[in-house]
Every structure is written in structure tokens, then in C-alpha cells.
Design a binder for this molecule. Structure first.
Ligand SMILES: *Cc1c(COP(=O)(O)O)cnc(C)c1O
Length: 379
């Protein structure tokens, strides 16, 4: 393959502006003699409370564990029982589904709004059974999945809302959440954050967090993540070890204050793509207001593989999020899930047509202009 003039993502380059501060912060942890928990972890939790307006945050090991711990805590509290159902968009990343199954719950793969590629909130009633207990909005590609219809639906059916906010840190909903915040991750009862290195705010390893308006739930998540222990050597749950690494917390405390400038850069690149890409073969994502944080800029094309090859040859690296939807993964063959209407066909169609263009801070506005011109020359 030709060398890629326009890289998709280069994490060393993304982190370069923060390196001096990160070196200092990591060294502080290394020299502190305290390597589990401690000040940096507490600071990150406070930072997330400040960012989202939610009163509670618990740093954990990664985004998948954040989702798993929320669901397990709801089960431990008796809010949900084994076999209860959680509604989730059929085209989500597999981690959303793994968390639901891991907690003994049943995923309900729901129809997708083909304009937003998020849950189709007009078709939620189709997903309801006597076992429905929760909805998991996934803010896919950085686009907030929240509107009045979704809010009315969860209120009408008294459902829990667990947000998969792995891709939308810093995003904001256009309408009020269930509590006193419009921030992605604090719209429902609890939200899961991922700081996987490629996410908008990425650590230098794995890290995640749970944000919630429910202090009792936060206590349970914290205990479950620490061997199920509510105080030293006293184990109330059959817990796990899913604690946040303070070295990662130190890295994140440097980067978290930049969430707004990172999002602004992504919005500027998306605006260039939206303005300049003009090719009949390509469907651009909807350009919404300032609420979206553009974790990915995902176009759709019926000849996607051809487009990807063409771009690679023209020096533009791309990626696909995600070619194979969860229900088509080998691990799902024995799993009891429910699929609603044409949801699976939609997820397959999305998997066959999506293509992510470069949009991180390694892609400048000038790069985006050049990439748009290359995209337009695709025949
Ligand atoms: C990355 C991601 C996760 C999992 O986060 P990890 O930190 O990698 O465990 C979950 N859901 C979505 C939508 C993601 O993009």
C-alpha cells in the first residue's frame, strides 16, 4: 500500500501537546509510594462531576467494566432480575452487549434511526415486553442519543437509563435529562465512560468511570469494583477488581480540562467535511449543533470497500466502525437475545456501508480540505 499521507490516528501526536504535563503528573504518582487509589483518582472523579454536573463519579478499570458494574449494582440492589431486558441499538459496539449479558440480563436489539445511526426513538414501543427494565442509549460516534420521546418513554414505563458514553465525553443533549444535567453520561441514572487511548479523552492504557445521580448506586459500584468490599476486609458482594489505575488518572487529569478544545477541533474538521464533501455516492452524517463531539466522522457509501481502497491509494487512511454488528459475531450464537423488527437487517446494512474519515487532532483543517477534495474525486 502507498504511504498514508493523511493518517487516521496517531496517538503519540494526539498526546504530544500534553507530554510535559503528563511526565510530571506520572512522576508524581511514581514518587508518591501510593499505587492504588489516592489523590489522582479522586481528582479525576471530581473532574467528571464538574464536567457532567452529576453528584457522583467512580473511577474504574475501563469502559466495559463501567457498564458491567452499573448493571451488576442494579441487579444486586434488586432493581433488576436475571432475564430482565435492556433495550439497546442493534448497531452498537459489542461492549454494550457484553455488559448486558455479563449481568445476566437479556439484550433487546432495537431499530436504528438511519439518519443518526442511534436508537430510533420513534420505535421504542415495539421493543417493550413484560421484562423490559432498562434502556441503554449509546452515544455512538459522539452523537447524543437523547430526546423528548426517549425521556417520555422511560418515564412512562419506569425504566432505568444506563448510558454508554464511551464515545461522547463532553457532548450535550438538546433537551433535559432525567435529572439536573444535559451532559452526555449524566442524562439518565448512570453513565459509563471509557478512556481507552483512542477515545476523545484517552489514557495511556485502559481506564473508565461511572457517573451517576444515585449515591447509593455509586457506593455499590465502588464496592463491586473493589472485591465487593464496603469497608476493609468486609465483603458484601462477590465482587471483582476493577479499580482505576492512579497513573492513568494522572494522565487523564492533564487531558480532561482540554475536553472542550479537543471537541472544538473535531467540530471544525466535521464542518469542513460537511461543507466540502459533495459526491452523489456518499451520504454524509447529519451536522447537528454544538452538541456533538464527533468521536468519528462516519460517511455511508454502497461501494464502501471500493471507496476505502480508493482513499488508501490516494493517501487517506480510514477505518470502519464497525463492519460486523454484534449479532453476527461468533460469540453471540448461543446467546438469548431479542431482535425487534428490521433491527438486525439495519445493523448489517450499516456495517456494510459505513466508513470513518480521519477527524482527530492529527487531522488539521487544511488536511480535511484536501481529504474532502480526494473524496469528491471518487467515481
Ligand atoms: C470503547 C467502547 C466501549 C468499551 O470501553 P473500553 O474502555 O474499551 O472497555 C464501550 N462502548 C462503546 C460504544 C465503546 O466505543
Amino acid at each position: 500500500m502507498t504511504t498514508q499521507r493523511y493518517k487516521f490516528l496517531d496517538l503519540a501526536q494526539v498526546n504530544a501537546p500534553y507530554m510535559d504535563a503528563i511526565r510530571e503528573a506520572v512522576l508524581r504518582v511514581v514518587e508518591s509510594g501510593r499505587y492504588v487509589g489516592g489523590e489522582e483518582c479522586g481528582r479525576l472523579e471530581a473532574g467528571l462531576q464538574h464536567l457532567t454536573g452529576a453528584p457522583c463519579a467512580v473511577g474504574v478499570s475501563n469502559g466495559l467494566d463501567a457498564l458491567r458494574l452499573i448493571l451488576r449494582a442494579l441487579v444486586e440492589r434488586g432493581d433488576m432480575q436475571r432475564g430482565d431486558e435492556v433495550i439497546v441499538a442493534a448497531n452498537t459496539y459489542i461492549a454494550s452487549i457484553l455488559a448486558i449479558i455479563d449481568a445476566g440480563l437479556r439484550p433487546v436489539l432495537a431499530p436504528v434511526d438511519m439518519a443518526t445511526l442511534n436508537l430510533d426513538t420513534a420505535r421504542l414501543e415495539e421493543c417493550v415486553t413484560s421484562r423490559t427494565r432498562a434502556v441503554m442509549p449509546v452515544h455512538l460516534y459522539g452523537r447524543v442519543c437523547w430526546d423528548e420521546r426517549l425521556k417520555e418513554f422511560v418515564n412512562r414505563h419506569q425504566l432505568f437509563v444506563i448510558e454508554d458514553n464511551a464515545q461522547a465525553i463532553g457532548a450535550c443533549a438538546a433537551t433535559d435529562g432525567l435529572f439536573d444535567s444535559r451532559a452526555a453520561g449524566a442524562l439518565g441514572h448512570a453513565g459509563a465512560f471509557s478512556f481507552y487511548p483512542t477515545k476523545n479523552i484517552g489514557a495511556m492504557g485502559d481506564a473508565g468511570a461511572v457517573v451517576t445521580h444515585d449515591a447509593d448506586l455509586a457506593d455499590r459500584v465502588r464496592a463491586l469494583a473493589n472485591y465487593g468490599s464496603d469497608r476493609r476486609y468486609h465483603n458484601i458482594y462477590l465482587g471483582a477488581n476493577c479499580r482505576l489505575d492512579p497513573v492513568q488518572a494522572a494522565v487523564l487529569n492533564v487531558k480532561l480540562p482540554a475536553v472542550e478544545s479537543e471537541s472544538a477541533h473535531r467540530r471544525a474538521v466535521a464542518a469542513v467535511y460537511d461543507e466540502l464533501i459533495d459526491n452523489e455516492a456518499i451520504i454524509k452524517p447529519e451536522l447537528t449543533g454544538a452538541d456533538m463531539v464527533w468521536h468519528q466522522y462516519v460517511v455511508r457509501c454502497d461501494r464502501r470497500d471500493e471507496l476505502q481502497r480508493y482513499l488508501a491509494e490516494a493517501g487517506v487512511a480510514t477505518d470502519i466502525h464497525y463492519a460486523v454488528p454484534p449479532h453476527r459475531q461468533p460469540c453471540m450464537s448461543g446467546v438469548d437475545y431479542l431482535a425487534i423488527g428490521n433491527a438486525l437487517a439495519q445493523a448489517e446494512q450499516i456495517g456494510d456501508t459505513v466508513l470513518s474519515l480521519p477527524i482527530s487532532t492529527c487531522t488539521s483543517v487544511d488536511d480535511a480540505k484536501a481529504i474532502a477534495a480526494i473524496v469528491n474525486a471518487f467515481k
